[in-house]
Design a protein around this ligand. Structure first.
Ligand code: URP
Ligand code: ZN
Ligand code: ZN
Length: 536
């Protein structure tokens, strides 16, 4: 086969390319030079990628168990997991001796191709997912924002944008206003469109924020549909006041963002959302838990038996607020997200909460903007687009911080990066497991190899990386997505359009028994009281 020179869409570097290419991704952007990576595109059929793969001799890790075994994959599905599987010559064999064979990561929280208040995120579905695959994540659940309040228009817009996907993905939907149409559309999203979760923003006043009345209505509607309500928990009214105070004090730099969003406001909103969910008797999912304050509210509610899920993100687990106080505007703005990355100490507390089951799974909130976009707020922190990267880095950072450090075991790692997410969003064991019959989304991690993170070598689009310079042990050496080897030997082979939309069915395990609790509550009311009419 002939070799072509080909420019990876967002890089100025050229890469070798094997000419079985049928799908050409339009070369429209060449935004930055960022180091060396080897990428080949290939149409799934006809290229060297075999549909039969045997992974030999690795330690196969599931959330419930680990064992030394072989894994045989055919046509995108795991066929068999057992020792000493023999195969014919038409099978690609990968030696995993001394390495961990685990389910691909599932990132429950991303914002690819999203127009977010002041700017559109720099990573689209293709570039974000290409990075994800190089970092061991094989599925993401992306937030859909309604268009002018319309859920249907929002869904259609994101379905179109996601056509370039190179790995499987699902959708959450945000609710930003309330009327009969929105209520009906929520039903359509759940019953016809494969969405089983809705996000409510308690912050971003005059943009996405909703009030308590809408939240209660939304919680009730979610409960009736078996959909999981998710909350961005910060008190948006108090933040708006604090922002004005910062400007009055002459604090216009990115640190003003952190100072106007203290942890107490995250704790307050988390407590409020959790209590309103208790009032409605519905499960609730708190996204991007960044502080001890929020984490302790979740711990308290869970101890009392409430079904609350807490999601820390990679940035909250490994970074601290020194970044946003950096004298360089570019570095400070790169660290700006909501809720803010907290003072040192919160990171360790969140790690501990994750290790002990107070928090259940790790996301990224990948919402990446480049330094030019971040500079929109050079004179006013309120204009800096909010968000950090993480879709490519999460699996490495979590392994190094949690497993390499001894805080958790490999099965725990699988649980918090993949299995729990699959269970919460009701696609387990199709996803989140190395079991016969599961989708062949698999990673091979070498615990002895090292990683180092840099914008110069990452595969996503931004010219900065909030984890710049972080290094550690545990490297994803192979990623298999949908039964194809897409990352091996530092080479990424990704096909736009190969990712599938995964419908997420309602009524996950979090809803089991909710009806019984409702019945118990009703029978405990002692009302209506039967009263005798007074006789005359
Ligand atoms: O700063 C953030 N978190 N940006 C993404 C949007 C959100 O609130 O999740
Ligand atoms: Zn949020
Ligand atoms: Zn987010």
């Amino acid at each position: 086969m002939a070799e072509l020179r080909f420019t990876f869409p967002w890089r100025k570097l050229e890469f070798g390319f094997v000419i079985c290419l049928l799908v050409l991704f339009p070369i429209t952007k060449s935004e930055q030079v960022s180091g060396v990576c080897s990428v080949a595109y290939g149409e799934s059929e006809g290229c060297s990628s075999s549909s039969k793969i045997l992974i030999k001799g690795g330690t196969v890790v599931n959330a419930h168990h680990q064992e030394v075994a072989d894994v045989y994959v055919e046509d995108g599905i795991i066929v068999s997991v057992q020792p000493n599987i023999n195969v014919g010559d038409d099978v690609k064999v990968i030696d995993a001796t001394g390495k961990y064979v685990m389910p691909g990561g599932i990132d429950p929280h991303t914002h690819l191709a999203t127009e977010f208040i002041v700017s559109e995120t720099v990573d689209d579905f293709f570039s974000g997912q290409a990075g994800a695959l190089a970092g061991g994540t094989t599925m993401n659940i992306n937030f859909v924002l309604p268009v002018d309040g319309s859920l249907t228009a929002g869904f259609e817009e994101f379905a179109e944008k996601a056509k370039t996907s190179c790995m499987d993905y699902g959708f959450h939907m945000a609710i930003t206003k309330w009327d009969e149409t929105v209520e009906k559309e929520m039903e359509i999203m759940v019953k016809e469109k494969g969405i089983n979760s809705f996000k409510f923003f308690l912050a971003y006043k005059e943009a996405l924020m909703i009030n308590d009345e809408l939240l209660v209505r939304g919680l009730k509607k979610c409960k009736s549909l078996g959909a999981l309500p998710m909350v961005h928990a910060e008190n948006g009214d108090a933040i708006a006041e604090a922002q004005l105070e910062m400007i009055d004090l002459g604090i216009t730099g990115p640190e003003g963002h952190a100072l106007s969003r203290p942890a107490v406001l995250e704790g307050e909103a988390t407590a409020r959302a959790i209590r309103l969910a208790a009032f409605v008797n519905t499960p609730i999912y708190v996204v991007h838990v960044m502080s001890i304050d929020a984490m302790e509210e979740i711990a308290k509610a869970r101890k009392a038996g409430q079904r609350v899920i807490g999601e820390p993100i990679a940035a909250g687990l490994v970074l601290n607020e020194s970044g946003i106080f950096d004298p360089s505007f570019t570095v400070a703005a790169m660290n700006l997200m909501s809720p803010p990355i907290r003072k040192a100490g919160h990171d360790k507390a969140l790690q501990g909460a994750l290790a002990t089951g107070v928090l259940q799974l790790v996301g990224t909130d990948h919402c990446s903007f480049n330094s030019t976009q971040k500079a929109l707020g050079i004179d006013d922190f309120r204009m800096v687009p909010n968000g950090v990267n993480g879709i490519e880095e999460r699996m490495h950072l979590v392994w190094n911080t949690m497993v390499e450090s001894g805080l958790i075991t490999p099965p725990d790692y699988v649980r918090i990066t993949s299995t729990e997410c699959a269970k919460i969003f009701n696609i387990y064991p199709r996803k989140g497991a190395i079991l016969a019959g599961s989708d062949a989304d698999i990673i091979i991690l070498n615990p002895k190899a090292s990683f180092e993170i840099s914008a110069a070598t990452h595969h996503t689009k931004s010219d900065t990386n909030v984890f710049e310079g972080q290094r550690g042990k545990g490297k994803v050496e192979v990623t298999i997505a949908g039964g194809k080897v897409v990352w091996e030997g530092g080479e990424l082979k990704v096909v736009p359009g190969s990712g599938r939309y995964i419908e997420l069915p309602p009524f996950s395990y979090l809803f089991d028994g909710i009806d019984k609790l409702d019945a118990k509550y009703k029978s405990s009311l002692g009302a209506p009281v039967q009263r005798f009419k007074a006789s005359t």
